[in-house]
Design a protein. Structure first.
Length: 431
């Protein structure tokens, strides 16, 4: 890597002076709420230090105020970030509170006055905040914002839909199926039925009510049911049997929610006896009509590649001290080692960067995304997912990669804001 990438990113930003008025969206209604608040504090602090006017706005609570120099000590308390030892605590709000937060989001966003804000920078994670709803609302309000449009945001939030687009673009992904036990099979095995998590869009049955399923207890059909037939993709059994596991190529299997990030609700199943616990872990976040995503576990290295503007940043290798890269490893200091640039063969690095940019473009992303991979023991890359609103603290993965090409955290944030403004005509004033 050289300074060329940094220069090209800078060239995409709107030129000229200007003290920007920036609204940072944080918090939200998802299980990753605490991660979002931590990102929002870091982002707003860095932008304030550059001389911009910065407001922090939590649309799930209606909390909104302008930052001022020296207010750092009071900020976590004002934004409701609970104390949590060495790392970030999980959000433990009740279902009722999550529903209430979701209902506050639209009226809270509608209170933003486009004449008083130049650009919106969202660090919302998961749920309504990371899907297409917030970008769509900002479009309706006429507010320029950093990040992907409503369609790309909605598709990339959904892990299964993302994988289907990646497959169409000939980007390697792990084999998978959906797991949604029927009511009959769940009762037979004593498993709890799935329920829509309250940070989802309500189904016809209402939030928190599982949609009914058909063909109760249906076994996995043959892939040759009829000429040209598409194999059944949803396992309705309480516990996936050998036929379903064979589709993945055997154990281990990864079980994860379709719409959550930060490994919330994720399990690794190494033997049949572990399926029941995997369902218990993921069920609170299960999609009401598609359940959980089950995919082949790719043994090898955890890799991530960021795209800023339309430029690919250096590859990062993620090495957890123990186990796998779960919530605690992500947000507890000292639990994970990060290698950037990743010590890989040049051909492997180039292949990962090429696939990352192809994925970014195939899904219609803009401004910023982080693309996560597993690199097999044979150095074969498999794309896991895209994050259009990745974590944004000074030690997060995207700022870590940008720093290696000479773009520090504060400059990265300002460049993203100015790139968004250049897309919207750069219509801001010097203040």
């Amino acid at each position: 890597m050289s300074a060329t990438e940094a220069d090209r990113i800078r060239a995409r930003a709107t030129a000229g002076p200007g003290r920007l008025r920036i609204c940072v969206l944080l918090g939200g209604n998802a299980a990753e709420r605490t991660v979002s608040i931590a990102s929002g504090i870091a982002v707003s602090t860095a932008l304030l230090a550059l001389g911009h006017r910065v407001w922090v706005h939590d649309p799930a609570t209606g909390t909104c105020f302008e930052r001022s120099p020296g207010d750092d000590a009071d900020l976590p308390g004002r934004l409701g970030l609970p104390a949590g030892g060495r790392g970030l605590p999980r959000d433990d709000a009740s279902d009722e509170e999550r529903i209430a937060r979701t209902r506050r989001i639209v009226p809270a966003l509608a209170e933003i006055d486009p004449s008083e804000i130049d650009v919106v920078l969202s660090v919302l994670h998961g749920g309504v905040g990371e899907g297409g709803a917030v970008p769509a609302m900002l479009d309706l309000l006429g507010l320029p914002y950093v990040g992907s449009d409503p369609i790309a945001s909605a598709v990339t939030l959904d892990k299964e839909h993302t994988k289907r687009v990646l497959q169409a673009a000939r980007i390697p992904v792990a084999a998978d199926f959906l797991w949604l036990p029927s009511e009959a099979s769940a009762a037979q095995e004593g498993c709890a039925p799935s329920a829509a998590h309250p940070d989802r869009v309500a189904t016809a049955n209402g939030p928190g009510h599982a949609a009914s399923v058909v063909d109760a207890g249906r076994a996995a059909p043959s892939t040759a049911d009829s000429p040209g037939a598409v194999p059944e993709r949803v396992c309705r059994d309480a516990l996936p049997g050998p036929d379903w596991v064979a589709r993945l190529g055997g154990y281990p299997a990864v079980v994860k929610p379709l719409l959550e990030g930060s490994t919330v609700g994720l399990s690794i199943v190494k033997e049949p006896a572990e399926w029941a616990q995997a369902w218990t872990t993921g069920a609170p976040y299960a999609h009401p009509t598609r359940g959980l995503l089950v995919e082949r576990y790719i043994a090898g290295k955890e890799i991530t590649v960021a795209v800023v503007g339309d430029e690919v940043l250096p590859v990062v290798e993620i090495v957890p001290r123990t186990g796998f890269y779960d919530f605690e490893h992500k947000y507890t200091k000292g639990e994970t080692e990060y290698r950037v640039p990743a010590p890989l063969a040049e051909a492997t690095t180039q292949r990962l960067q090429e696939l990352a940019l192809r994925a970014f473009r195939a899904l219609g992303c803009r401004d910023l995304a982080r693309i996560d991979f597993r690199l097999s023991e044979l150095d074969e890359p498999y794309c896991l997912e895209l994050n259009t609103l990745p974590g944004m603290t000074e030690t997060s993965l995207v700022p870590m990669a940008s720093r290696t090409i000479g773009i520090e955290f504060g400059e990265l944030l300002e460049l993203l804001c100015r790139i968004a403004l250049s897309r919207n005509g750069g219509g801001y004033e010097t203040r």
